[in-house]
Write a protein that binds this ligand. Structure first.
Ligand code: B12
Ligand code: SF4
Length: 672
């Protein structure tokens, strides 16, 4: 039996412009499809001999194999059916389920005999309703997939009836059959190691490792805990180590994200695992997710020693009342301490907040906005705001499913007109299936405020140094947030009044808004104004500077007989304060500084931007050396143009040139 397994489509929201036109190339988020690789390994281990191939659609799109035109779905279908498979299995995620349905329908249109199976978090709770609504699908696997999928293949290979396969929903003639539940796998070590080599880009894509599954808590908005039946399980430390060794030795990976919603639930396990990791000295760095109330300082230092680089903490709300209502029940003060401690140990804390709970009040909303900035400051790294997405499996869904009355301002794939129309029609016709495209009503909070939270994090997280200095000018962080919401809504109603995206703006629009706020607050001479200008220039430099054609090795052996030349594009911007101080110390005002400080933006080695501070002479040198200059005459020229009476061979001037060379802004084109 030939089976092709396909990932869901994942948009890279960080790279998505607010353009409403089709984007070429599509900004996709590739990833190592762990679930599918585990399904393949399990099925291979049964010895049935099915030929299973894994397709990571996002990578294929990124590599330009799938053009973004009106035949978008057909292009994908062509790839998925090129080897005449007997079955295609689709992994599903809530925000791309409509695309998966369109793909399945397109497969059936060209290859009606191909069986289609779906699994994963988006379809699992929909059960028979999904098969009933979309007859392109023949099988739906609920929850954990390995055993059910292997049994389905065994059954299909032997022409038996699937009636006895636990966890399967299937089509029998005109009827839809719902087989009894399957119990979660008791010991995850029994699972074979995922078939990593079935995904050819394994060496490059973001990599998650299945260290365990299931969370015993019951937050009312959460779909992942019920998906795994709230059964907390870990693979043994030795088993995880085996997988890490394999990834390191065979695929050269030295960084991995541990996929578990609550990595530190079992402290004994974490102690044992970190001890093993340290003893093995594998040099592997890793990230994980957990709750702030199941971790402590001891565990954190142990994890830091064992290579932990980043921890995601779901904080969800800054309101103690909402903490209870959402069932998260975190102590916010302790959470802030944990985040601080994490950062102090050199682990990057990432915190997440949720906005748009139907029971949200103006006070809880305001508390969450304040907490967002407070945690961002304490963690010194990244913080996200998510708009509450109605997932069918989450406990809250049953209570509020009748109160999902507006479309989310969430970005979908920027496809061309025909596929967009087909996808939109599906979302409109089946709001109960594609619930995550909608948002819950918030009777006590202006919906515009909720909608403005959609996709806002990249715009706030882009300026981490700014908020601690700007927000004290407002009565509360909420005041700032409301002003932004009103400003961007007015802009959008003028510029694109027909758009569904009434509260979405670009990074540049956020900067425009910030400048208008600086004027309104009359703080044009403040450090805030300079920080905004600095960020604006950075964005400008990012998009306008060309990459270097030639990347030289910096040479520091130059003397006055050498010849040098600038080798890259640059942009020099004057500031009246020392920006490096302002950026490194949140309290610094840089106001004692009297001389002009020049910030130079340049692309010196690859696509990333280099930023460095230089003095007046450094900027003059950069301006001159667009063509080759002898160092001696360069020093003389600089000395005369800056009225500098020092000896022309003064080492300071030579050192400035050497500094520019070691920072790769200049290169030596002939030796002494
Ligand atoms: C790692 C991860 C990611 C990674 C990798 C994606 C991936 N799915 O592997 C990245 C960062 C890319 C990602 C992105 C997103 N994710 Co995510 N992610 C996870 C996470 C933490 C682990 C997934 C995992 O590897 N699990 C381990 C493997 C073994 O399990 P699995 O993939 O679920 O596969 C098993 C079963 O689902 C089933 N199965 C899966 N596919 C198939 C296919 C077939 C044919 C069959 C038979 C069975 C089957 O069998 C597998 C083996 O048991 C889960 C939460 C969780 N703990 O599961 C959330 C989760 C899957 N993500 C979720 C969401 C919402 C997203 C985003 C949409 C978030 C967002 N709004 O940006 C994005 C989508 C990308 C985008 N920007 O468009 C939700 C999905 C909810 C839902 N109802 O759909 C989850 C459940 C978390 C949550 N919020 O509740 N995610
Ligand atoms: S949000 Fe986190 S802690 Fe709460 S139930 Fe879900 S996985 Fe568990």
């Amino acid at each position: 039996m030939k089976i092709n397994l396909s990932t869901s489509l994942h948009l890279d929201h960080g790279r998505m412009p607010v353009a409403l036109q089709p984007a070429v190339p599509l900004p996709m988020q590739s990833f190592v499809p762990l679930g599918l690789l585990s399904l393949k390994a399990s099925s291979d281990a049964t010895g049935i001999g099915a030929d299973i191939n894994v397709f990571e659609l996002n990578t294929m799109i990124e590599q330009g194999k799938i053009p973004n035109d009106d035949a978008f779905y057909s292009h994908i279908v062509k790839s998925l059916t090129h080897n005449d498979p007997d079955m295609i299995g689709f992994m599903t995620d809530a925000d791309s389920l409509h695309h998966t349905v369109l793909l399945a329908q397109a497969v059936k249109a060209v290859a009606p005999d191909t069986l289609i199976c779906a699994g994963g978090p988006a379809v699992s709770p929909l059960r028979g309703t999904f098969l009933d609504r979309f007859d392109a699908f023949d099988y739906l696997i609920r929850g954990e997939g390995e055993e059910t999928f292997s049994e389905l293949i065994e059954t299909l290979s032997s022409d038996l009836s699937p009636a006895n396969i636990l966890g399967l929903t299937w089509r029998q003639g005109d009827n839809i059959r719902e087989n009894p539940e399957r119990r979660p796998i008791e010991n995850l070590d029994d699972l074979p190691i995922p078939a990593f080599d079935a995904y050819e880009d394994i060496a490059n894509a973001p990599l998650y490792l299945d260290v365990g599954r299931g969370c015993p808590f019951s937050c009312d908005f959460c779909a992942t805990a019920p998906f795994w039946n709230r059964r907390f399980r870990m693979k043994s430390p030795n088993r995880v180590l085996r997988e890490i060794r394999l990834l390191r030795e065979r695929f050269g990976r030295n960084h991995v994200n541990f996929s578990h919603d609550i990595f530190t639930c079992d402290h004994k396990w974490v102690y044992a695992f970190c001890a093993c990791l340290r003893d093995e000295s594998l040099g592997m760095t890793w990230t994980c997710s957990t709750r702030t109330d199941v971790i402590n300082d001891d565990l954190l230092s142990l994890m830091a020693d064992a290579g932990c680089e980043e921890i995601y903490y779901g904080i969800e709300t800054g309101s103690p009342t909402m903490q209870r209502r959402m069932g998260k029940k975190l102590d916010l003060k302790r959470s802030l301490d944990i985040v601080r401690m994490t950062a102090d140990l050199g682990i990057r804390p990432v915190t997440g907040f949720i906005i748009g709970h139907p029971e949200e009040t103006p006070e809880s909303f305001s508390d969450t906005i304040s907490a967002y900035f407070e945690f961002l400051k304490a963690g010194k790294h990244r913080s996200h705001i998510f708009t509450l997405c109605p997932f069918q499996e989450a406990p809250i869904y049953a209570k509020y499913k009748h109160a999902m009355n507006r479309r989310a301002e969430y970005f979908d794939l920027p496809l061309t007109e025909t596929p967009t129309a087909a996808a939109e029609a599906l979302l409109k016709t089946h709001p109960d299936i594609f619930s995550s495209a909608y948002r819950y009503d918030t009777p006590h909070v202006d919906e515009g405020l909720v909608d403005a939270s959609e996709e806002i994090s990249p715009k706030l997280a882009a300026f981490p140094k700014l908020w601690g200095r700007l927000l004290p000018h407002y009565s509360a962080a909420m005041d700032f947030y409301r002003r932004w919401m009103e400003w961007i809504a007015t802009q959008n109603s003028r510029a694109h009044h027909n758009s569904r995206f009434k509260h979405q703006g670009t990074l540049n629009e956020m900067l425009h808004f910030l400048n208008s706020e600086v004027e309104r607050l009359k703080i044009q001479d403040s450090v805030v104004a300079d920080l905004i200008r600095y960020e604006q220039k950075k964005i400008e430099a990012e998009s306008s500077l060309r990459d270097p054609i030639h990347i030289p090795e910096p040479s520091v052996s130059i003397d006055e007989s050498s010849t040098v030349m600038r080798h890259c594009d640059y942009m020099a911007v004057p500031f009246q304060r020392k920006m490096s101080d302002v950026l490194s110390d949140p309290e610094a005002t840089g106001e004692n500084e009297t001389t002009t400080c020049w910030v130079v933006f340049a692309k010196t080695r690859d696509k990333s931007l280099d930023i460095l501070e230089v003095g007046e002479k450094g900027v003059r040198i950069l301006g001159l050396v667009g063509k080759p200059w002898g160092v001696r005459s360069l020093i003389t020229e600089i000395r005369s143009s800056t009225q500098d009476n020092e000896d022309a061979s003064h080492p300071c001037d030579l050192n400035i040139i050497r500094d520019l060379i070691s920072n790769r802004l200049l290169m030596e084109i002939s030796g002494p």
